[in-house]
Design a binder for this molecule. Structure first.
Ligand code: TEU
Ligand code: CA
Length: 527
């Protein structure tokens, strides 16, 4: 693995919501270019862009119509080339989002495949005369009938996202050519989307009513395809991170053990019903931490994150976006930036952006949210209850426009944004935190510098202290010393753990340990 990957601080940008440079209400590439100084001053050295390719945007770009063209609403290929050049001038890396489990039904490959059962594109997708009753992630059947071909095609996600057939050598060659084309342009790696489902051999035998994702998840040929593709990609000086559905540590290690030649690290998708609706998030988080430690002990690297474009905002999910908003945002930052592995920040987490609950379903955009809402109504739930339920886990919580200042559209745009702003933009925004020494933003800057300057926090050994539920405490040991991290991830006062090492350690961040730890207490000690 290239050393820069272990020094990376990755900042995920959801381009549609980051910064709108031409006032059409939609974020764009030139908007990102205008914020490179901000990102560099924050301490970011690597950007990951959610998809910017040409797309009908049924799933906001995760349905690609042309892998080698830029979505016109986001700008031009020339804009992209300038962004890439300006990142490199700043010694920042730029990682793209690679969506190759499926493409758009408007992609040329699908347009041609649906025209003929015998032509050169016939097998680029999964076609069936008599499909079973598999379910798609975004609701309804995972099979859609195509009049022109007189057959059904498989889509694990929306019907506008037909699954690509990785058993078709010609398709795989086309994908590898496209990947090489982006690498030749100088991009610095890929986050690879929904990549646990490439082997569809389990589909026929899948029980009726099961999700297509379950029928295809983490099967042998999927790994074989990945090893072939990723071996080529890793011949370059790149970062690779796979978005996977690992149901246990073994399935996770199958993707990230160096011996597997698949990914350098993984972002593990956790279904909302497991995380968002968990009854004790402290315990859930501690279990996650134990898995990370096991992964590290097995010799694998990992990706640390709390937020992304598919999850609610971390300060609302794990912290407290009300009484202890700032303290809990900082406590979560400590957890995200002091662990083994590459830390991933999601746009807006550095200023403590929160969930945004709309009071009308028509304000929501996300295909997944709307599908789940319809599903609940069909099950007989009232519209109010259905709205309350889906809004808690809605992916739109993390997609509200970035809050740059307290103006009408928060400095994101001069035009009405594509998605409703969060009302708290007047109090939570970059401008108001830039010159506030006690702000969440300034805290992130301090913490990022601490991490960048400490080998122990990047690659040091990790051991977990045995503490009661709300307290998460661990140490990171390296050649340059040992860091001890203590966090009270609750809104209650709790008794302090007894950690002898701290008696001779120096407080680097946070408050001195005392007999009782206040809500969302955090401390980083060095010894
Ligand atoms: O999300 C992946 C994803 O949703 C699946 O891994 C998950 O297993 C599924 O929801 C069932 O629980 C990625 C992108 O991050 C997301 O934004 C896209 O909507 C999705 O893939 C399709 O491209
Ligand atoms: Ca725009």
């Amino acid at each position: 693995m290239n050393t820069w990957v272990k020094d990376a601080i990755v900042y995920q940008i959801y381009p549609r919501s980051f910064k709108d440079s031409n006032n059409d209400g939609i974020g764009d590439i030139n908007g990102i270019r205008s914020k490179l100084d901000y990102l560099q001053q924050l301490g970011i050295n690597t950007l990951w862009l959610s998809p910017i390719y040409d797309s009908p945007c049924d799933d906001n770009g995760y349905d690609i119509r042309d892998y080698q063209a830029i979505l016109s609403k986001f700008g031009t290929m020339q804009d992209f080339d300038l962004l890439l050049e300006e990142c490199h001038q700043r010694e920042m890396k730029l990682v793209m989002d690679l969506v190759i489990n499926h493409c758009s039904d408007e992609h040329e490959w699908f347009e041609k495949s649906k025209q003929s059962k015998t032509g050169p594109y016939a097998d680029y997708f999964y076609w069936s005369d008599e499909p079973n009753d598999l379910r798609s992630v975004f609701g309804g059947s995972a099979w859609e009938y195509c009049e022109s071909r007189q057959q059904f095609y498989l889509h694990t996600f929306s019907k506008k996202q037909p699954d690509l057939n990785w058993e078709c050598a010609d398709l795989v060659e086309k994908i590898e050519q496209m990947v090489d084309w982006w690498l030749d342009k100088g991009v610095d790696g890929f986050r690879v989307d929904a990549i646990s489902f490439l082997d569809k051999s389990g589909i026929e035998a899948a029980p009726n009513g099961s999700f297509a994702t379950e029928a295809c998840v983490n099967r042998p040929k999927g790994h074989q395809h990945l090893q072939h593709l990723m071996t080529k990609i890793h011949s370059r000086d790149v970062l690779s991170v796979g978005e996977i559905n690992a149901r246990d540590t073994e399935e996770l290690l199958d993707y990230i053990l160096p011996s597997r030649s698949e990914f350098q690290m993984a972002i593990v998708f956790t279904p909302p019903e497991v995380e968002v609706f968990h009854e004790n998030l402290n315990r859930y988080y501690k279990e996650q931490l134990k898995t990370r430690i096991e992964v590290q002990q097995q010799g694998a690297w990992n990706a640390n994150f709390l937020s992304n474009h598919d999850k609610p905002r971390q300060v609302s999910l794990y912290g407290d976006d009300n009484e202890f908003w700032s303290q809990s945002a900082k406590a979560l930052a400590v957890l995200n930036l002091t662990q083994h592995g590459t830390p991933y920040l999601y746009q807006g987490e550095e200023i403590g952006m929160t969930n945004c609950y709309y009071d009308d379903i028509s304000d929501y955009d996300d295909i997944d949210t709307l599908a789940k809402y319809r599903e609940q109504l069909a099950l007989g739930m009232s519209s109010n209850d259905a709205l309350a339920m889906v809004s808690k886990a809605s992916r739109d919580n993390s997609r509200t426009p970035m809050q740059w200042d307290d103006s009408l559209f928060a400095g994101f745009s001069d035009a009405k944004p594509w998605l409703k702003m969060n009302d708290n933009k007047s109090s939570i925004n970059v401008d108001s935190q830039q010159n506030d020494a006690d702000s969440v933003l300034q805290f992130y800057k301090q913490l990022i510098q601490l991490r960048l300057n400490s080998e122990a926090l990047k690659t040091g050994e990790t051991s977990l202290y045995d503490t009661e539920d709300a307290i998460i405490a661990y140490q990171r040991e390296g050649d340059c010393g040992t860091y001890s991290i203590v966090v009270n991830l609750s809104n209650e006062m709790v008794s302090a753990p007894h950690i002898p090492l701290l008696e001779s350690a120096e407080l680097v961040l946070g408050q001195e340990l005392s007999e009782h730890l206040p809500p969302y207490y955090f401390a980083v000690y060095k010894s």
